[in-house]
Every structure is written in C-alpha cells, then in structure tokens.
Ligand binder design. Structure first.
Ligand code: SAH
Length: 483
C-alpha cells in the first residue's frame, strides 16, 4: 500500500500557511497532509523542518519566513520565542481580534452547523472602535450575527494574577513560565501581559532565594521547599497579595522574606503561605496560612466589591470582565420583574451584576467555598435578592424546576467542556424567554448552541470579548431567545 504520509522527519519543506490553529500555530498542507508550524502566520510562505510526524499530521519548526504576513509584528518580549506564556505577540493586535472572531464563526458553522449572517457579521480586518447594537438589526432567518471581538485599548499588562513556578537551572534560581509542552522554566524578568508588580516580586524573590540559598522543590524527588509564587493585584483598590507556595510548613528566613516584600512592594496588604504537599500539577494546596497582613484582598468590578482569597476564582482581566458582564446584562435585557438563574456562578460575580435589574437571582455552583464567598459578596454589597446554592447545576436546576420555580432568564458560564446535554434539556423545560451563554471555548459553545437550537432556542448574536490578548483564548457572550 502506498504510504500516505508525504513528509519525512528532519527534512525541510516549503509550506504555504493557510490558517491559524487554536494556540496561534500556523497550519499548512503538504500534498493535503496537515503540518503545524509554531510561529508562522496565515498567508505566509515559510520553510519548516519536520520535527515530529504523526499518522494524520506533523509538526514543523520554523526555519525561514520566505514571504511574511503584512500583519506580522516584532514581539515586545525578548524571551517570547522560548516562553510558553503567550502565543500571538507576533501578530498585529487588530488581526488577533479578527482571528478570534473568525474562529468563533468557524466553530458555529463547522461544529454547530448553524448559519452565520455574513452581511451583518464583522468585515475582515475592519475593526471599528465601538459598535452600536440595537435589536431591530436582526432578521431571525438571516443567521447568527458574530460581532467584532471587543479588544483592549492597551492590550498589555492586563492580568491581575501572576502565577509562576520557581526552580533552579545549573545552580541559578529561576522564575518564569514553562516552555510550551514541557516543565522547563524559562527565566523571566519582565512579563508584559501581567501587572508590573509581578516583575518586581519575581526580582525580589530571586534575591531572597539566592542570599539564603533557600531549597527549591524538586518535582521528580519531592525534596525541597519553594514551589510557586503567586501575586494578585486588585486594579481598582490597588491592594496587592503575595502567595508563596511551599511543600512544607517551615520556611527558613521567613522574616527576611516578609521584610523584603513589605518594604519594596507597593500596595502590599497580604502575604500568605500556601502549603501544597502533593506531587501534582495543581499549583495550590488547600491549606493557607497568613504570614503578614490580611488573608484576602478586595477589588471592585463596576459598582460591586468582591473579596478575593488566595484560592478563589476571580476573572484575571478586570478591564474586560466589566465589559463582559455588562454585555451579559445587556443581552439579558432585564425589566425588573424577572426570575433569573445563574448556573455555574462561581463567587457570584455575574449574579450580583444581574441582581441590580432582576426581581430575584438564583446562583448555582459546585464548589462550596465559592458559594461561601458568593454569600459574603452579596452581604458586603447589601444585596438581598440573590440566593446561592451548592451543587451540580445539572442536578440542582431540574430539582428547583420540579419544586415549581420558573425562570424568565437563564445565564450559563460553564468551564471549557461546556454544558451537559441534560442541563440544556432541563433549561429548555424551564421555558425561559431568554438564555445568555458566556463561554470560554467556542468549540463546546457551538455544540451547545446547536443542541439549544433543536430544543427551540435560537441564537441571535455572539459577542467575542478579548479577555486574553496575545494568547489564543477567546471568550464570548451569546444572546439566545425562545423561538
Ligand atoms: N461566572 C463566574 C464563574 C465562571 S467559571 C465568574 O464569571 O466569575 C465556571 C464555574 O463553574 C466554576 O466556578 C466551576 O467551579 C463551576 N462549575 C463547574 N462544573 C459545574 C457544575 N457541574 N455545576 C455547577 N457549577 C460548576
């Protein structure tokens, strides 16, 4: 039988890059055989060396760009080519936004098998600052409108959370992201997608490690102490928290660590030790010990105040979060007398946002600690028309419906795997007028929109919001109505 793999490992090939993959990698074909080339852009002609061959695809290493894309840019970060922290710095920002919208459209068409309204969806590379949105733009039969991705005016320095492994390379202390698909730490001094305070903490912790020769945790043997460093910065209140993740209780030269940090870090209000004794990829353990200052920090989104503990989930891009939540509120279009369900509510952020305009909001979430936080957040903001419940949304929501509660609007914001079919069916049974779907994965979103379509719910419009500039991730808010 003829061998259908047309490429040979370690050989160089000329490839036309036709599209970008989910992690920003270039995708091209050699005799109809797919080759992924990291660092290559759509529209480029490149020379690549084949480094790995699988049955249906191969990976190539970028050797030379023969014809560069007009959207190619010089990355601002000097370790960009080695670090795995972000993937799209070499692509013009507006082109990134366009790539993300196209990816959403592509998923809706190919996975969801739903029709896109091409006339009203955004024109290629034509990214206006702001789009006017009104309901009368839509003709239900023309298909789904996918808007331009809402980007950031300043797409760098946006993350409020820095979380980095600590290690040693040839007796030097290093702190940085892992290189892609490995556990090799790429030492960093500056990370442009994170708040500046992160750079400062990294520099100071390296000084401390070196001066006192602090033992570093070894993933292979389980010996050593320091595992990760985490920094959280509240953008609005400017409060800063530092979390030192260790494998054991006792920290040598703890006082020096506290002194160095408290003297040098602006806005520092909390230093916490997190103890993770397990040999896993999960960064944080369950035990937290406050070493200095408070145990939590406070930040605001819109008019609301949120308590953030080392372990709680909090959106990492506070500027875009406000845009995302306001879009969810706009799509819910509440009049004040509605019963709203917020499935997958986390610490209740969206629930509180919606409570301003609803009669009552029910929030459901699987992690008990998140619900504890949600209740505190509601109380702190003097909100009494929300009720939070711990449990699996797929089980709790049908139970609530069976007890006779009716929902006018349902919001879902599931993790990347999307919603279980049983939850979508339960939602449809509740017969809400509107559903708002907040998604961090366009693939599972498209699958779920198609299921909802079969259950009598029509998708009108999709608004991608760029929560993670310079990376391949895309977040969407979707307006869905009963047919
Ligand atoms: N809406 C929140 C959180 C979104 S993250 C915010 O914007 O901050 C998704 C949340 O879904 C997580 O908090 C996760 O713990 C929760 N979750 C995951 N599976 C769940 C399930 N089956 N039922 C309920 N909640 C679930």
């Amino acid at each position: 039988m003829k061998n259908s793999v047309p490429v040979v490992k370690n050989e160089n090939y000329i490839i036309d890059i036709q599209s970008l993959g989910y992690e920003g990698e270039g995708i091209g074909k050699i005799d109809n055989f797919t080759v992924f080339v990291k660092g290559a852009l759509e529209g480029e002609k490149v020379e690549a060396k084949i480094i790995k061959v699988n049955k249906n695809f191969a990976f190539g290493k970028l050797i030379n760009i023969i014809r560069p894309s007009k959207y190619r840019e010089e990355p601002v970060c000097k370790i960009y080519n080695r670090c795995g922290g972000c993937q799209l710095q070499h692509l013009n920002y507006k082109a990134q936004l366009n790539f993300k919208r196209k990816r959403v459209e592509d998923c809706i068409e190919r996975i969801g098998k739903l029709k896109i309204n091409k006339n009203k969806s955004a024109a290629e590379h034509d990214i206006p600052e702001k789009e006017e949105i009104s309901l009368d733009r839509y003709d239900y039969n023309d298909g789904i409108v996918v808007h331009n991705t809402i980007g950031m005016e300043k797409p760098y320095r946006y993350r409020n959370k820095v979380q980095l492994p600590v290690g040693t390379i040839r007796d030097e202390f290093v702190v940085g992201f892992y290189s892609p698909r490995s556990h090799d730490i790429i030492d960093m001094e500056e990370c442009y997608i994170q708040h500046e305070v992160g750079d400062k903490v990294v520099a100071i912790i390296k000084q401390w490690l070196k001066k006192y020769n602090i033992p570093i945790y070894d993933e292979k043997t389980g010996a050593g102490l320091v595992r990760h460093i985490m920094v959280r910065k509240a953008f609005k209140t400017e409060e800063t928290m530092i979390v030192l993740v260790t494998s054991k209780e006792n920290i040598p030269h703890e006082e020096e660590f506290i002194n160095l940090m408290s003297k040098n870090i602006d806005g520092l209000v909390s230093i916490v030790q997190n103890i993770n004794t397990k040999n896993t990829n999960v960064i944080l353990g369950l035990k937290c010990k406050t070493l200095w200052g408070k145990s939590d920090i406070v930040d605001n989104i819109g008019d609301f105040k949120f308590n953030i503990s080392p372990l709680s989930f909090f959106q990492v891009n506070p500027v875009q979060t406000e845009i995302l939540y306001n879009k969810a509120l706009e799509y819910a279009n509440l009049q004040g007398n509605e019963i709203v369900f917020d499935a997958y509510c986390g610490t209740g952020t969206i629930s509180l946002f919606l409570s301003q305009k609803a009669k009552k909001v029910y929030g459901v979430e699987i992690i008990p600690e998140a619900i504890e936080n949600a209740k505190i957040n509601a109380k702190q903001n003097d909100i009494d028309n929300v009720e939070f419940m711990v449990g699996d949304a797929e089980k709790v929501i049908p139970e609530i419906i069976n007890s006779g509660v009716k929902a006018d609007v349902v919001i879902v914001d599931p993790p990347r795997k999307g919603c279980e079919k049983s939850l979508l069916e339960a939602m449809a049974k509740m017969n809400p007028e509107k559903i708002v779907y907040v998604s961090c994965d366009p693939g599972t979103l498209a699958r779920d929109l198609s299921i909802l379509d079969n259950l009598g719910y029509k998708t009108l419009e999709v608004q991608p919001v760029d929560m993670f500039p310079m990376t391949g991730h895309v977040e969407c808010v979707v307006r869905i109505v009963k047919k």
